[in-house]
Design a protein. Structure first.
Length: 223
């Protein structure tokens, strides 16, 4: 298990420190166990991460006091009420700010100034089928900052430790990728578990450059 963060740091600084321990960790999708037909298990695997398990681990580690506490925190971050169950898992990025008890607050409007709101039905594809069979559908309004509006003022309002998702216009989904904001060396970095073939590991890339090719971004902030 990675060492816990130094005492006395604010939450954003703890997130930056803990997440740095994952730089270079290989990307691997589908490491979690559980579905409509398979019993859910609490998985903790620091040797391979996808973009979502990466932020799960970082948030839980930033809150934890020791290894046993980490597992409790991980369950609380990944599952509503810490109930390790497929239907209680926070499958969508926006679940972090919408499902009680909340992991974070949606600060997209505050950070963006310019934002777009879209009414979605999460987990429902355009053809009416479910991305995750047995989970059900969730109507939700998603706010995002359009890529063209991500300027220096927006970057200045971001804080180290903010969680950022790349908004998608696809039916049934809120974002397609997530990561953590890290401000360092006069740059705003997007620390993420990258599935890009040239990376396939946790990397830092300039946030503005990454989002330039996306529709926009959603910003959540942990307390």
């Amino acid at each position: 298990m990675p060492a816990l963060s130094e005492p006395g740091l604010d939450h954003g600084a703890r997130l930056a420190q803990v997440s740095s321990l994952f730089l270079g960790v290989p990307y691997r999708a589908n490491t979690l166990v559980g579905s409509r037909d398979t019993n859910e298990m609490l998985v903790a695997d620091f040797n391979r991460v996808d973009c979502f398990t990466f932020i799960d681990y970082v948030e839980a580690l930033s809150r934890a006091t020791d290894g046993n506490d980490f597992l409790t925190r991980l369950a609380a971050v990944r599952y509503a009420d810490g109930n390790v169950d497929f239907r209680h898992r926070r499958h969508f990025f926006s679940d972090w700010a919408a499902v009680e008890p909340r992991n974070a607050t949606d600060v997209t409007r505050e950070v963006g100034g310019i934002y777009v709101s879209v009414d979605k039905v999460l987990n429902r594809r355009a053809d009416g089928t479910e991305y995750l069979p047995g989970l059900g559908e969730t109507p939700r309004t998603i706010d995002y900052i359009p890529a063209f509006a991500i300027d220096e003022q927006v970057l200045a309002k971001l804080q180290t430790g903010d969680y950022v998702g790349a908004y998608t216009p696809l039916d049934g989904l809120d974002v397609t990728h997530v990561g953590i904001v890290v401000k360092a060396a006069d740059q705003v970095w997007f620390r993420n578990a990258s599935s890009v073939q040239a990376n396939m590991k946790v990397v830092d890339v300039p946030l503005r450059d990454y989002m330039a090719a996306k529709t926009g971004m959603v910003v959540l902030r942990a307390p």
